[in-house]
Write a protein that binds this ligand. Sequence first.
Ligand SMILES: *[C@@H]1O[C@H](CO)[C@@H](O)[C@H](O)[C@H]1NC(C)=O
Ligand SMILES: *[C@@H]1O[C@H](CO)[C@@H](O)[C@H](O)[C@H]1NC(C)=O
Ligand SMILES: *[C@@H]1O[C@H](CO)[C@@H](O)[C@H](O)[C@H]1NC(C)=O
Length: 192
Amino acid sequence: MEPKFLIISSLFLSTLVFSSSTFSQQNTTYSTFIKTSCNATTYPSVCRKTLLPYAAAVKTSPLRLVNVALSTTLTSANATLSTVSQFAKTKRITKWESAVLKDCIENLKDSMAEIKSSLKAIAGLSTSTDKSFLISNAQTWTSAAITDENTCLDGFSDRKVSPAIKKKLRNSIVSLARVSSNTLYLINHLTV
Ligand SMILES: *[C@@H]1O[C@H](CO)[C@@H](O)[C@H](O)[C@H]1NC(C)=O
Ligand SMILES: *[C@@H]1O[C@H](CO)[C@@H](O)[C@H](O)[C@H]1NC(C)=O
Ligand SMILES: *[C@@H]1O[C@H](CO)[C@@H](O)[C@H](O)[C@H]1NC(C)=O
């Protein structure tokens, strides 16, 4: 092989190695940011599981992290709502259970509206001069969403609700409440 070609190709190769190691370093930086942010939340493993897939989009921005956390909370609430709604349509439930599910559906709808309001408050942050007011609003809305989720959960602890329903629906609502609680933690610790 000609020496000139050798130099060029080794230069090319080292560039390739360098850029791919920069990429993976960046990846590590971004996922470490999420892991560190999740570390002090109430449910760190839930936090990592829900937010790590968004590491590349969040990069190291606390504001983007809160945005993603709220969006995933909304998606989770919607999925829970759909699960409960489908169950409420089945014929094998008692009148009492039907009433509990109906209340829960209302709670979940309220919770989703509150998470949307929280998202709106956070979206206003970049242009607002009163950032602490907006963060405080986002905290209030997210707390309200958690209260509604817990109200739904309380309904399921009723003795008249069958173990089958409890088993099927409780987990879904508990995990939504955990995701929401982590999101509130991230909002509480957001500094912009
Ligand atoms: C970086 O992360 C993305 C997903 O976020 C992944 O597809 C890619 O393989 C990762 N690259 C490296 C070098 O780790
Ligand atoms: C998470 O917190 C523990 C202590 O609770 C600490 O030892 C660990 O280094 C932290 N990890 C990250 C990624 O911040
Ligand atoms: C909730 O899910 C339904 C489908 O099940 C979808 O049509 C709707 O857009 C979703 N809403 C939100 C806010 O994610």
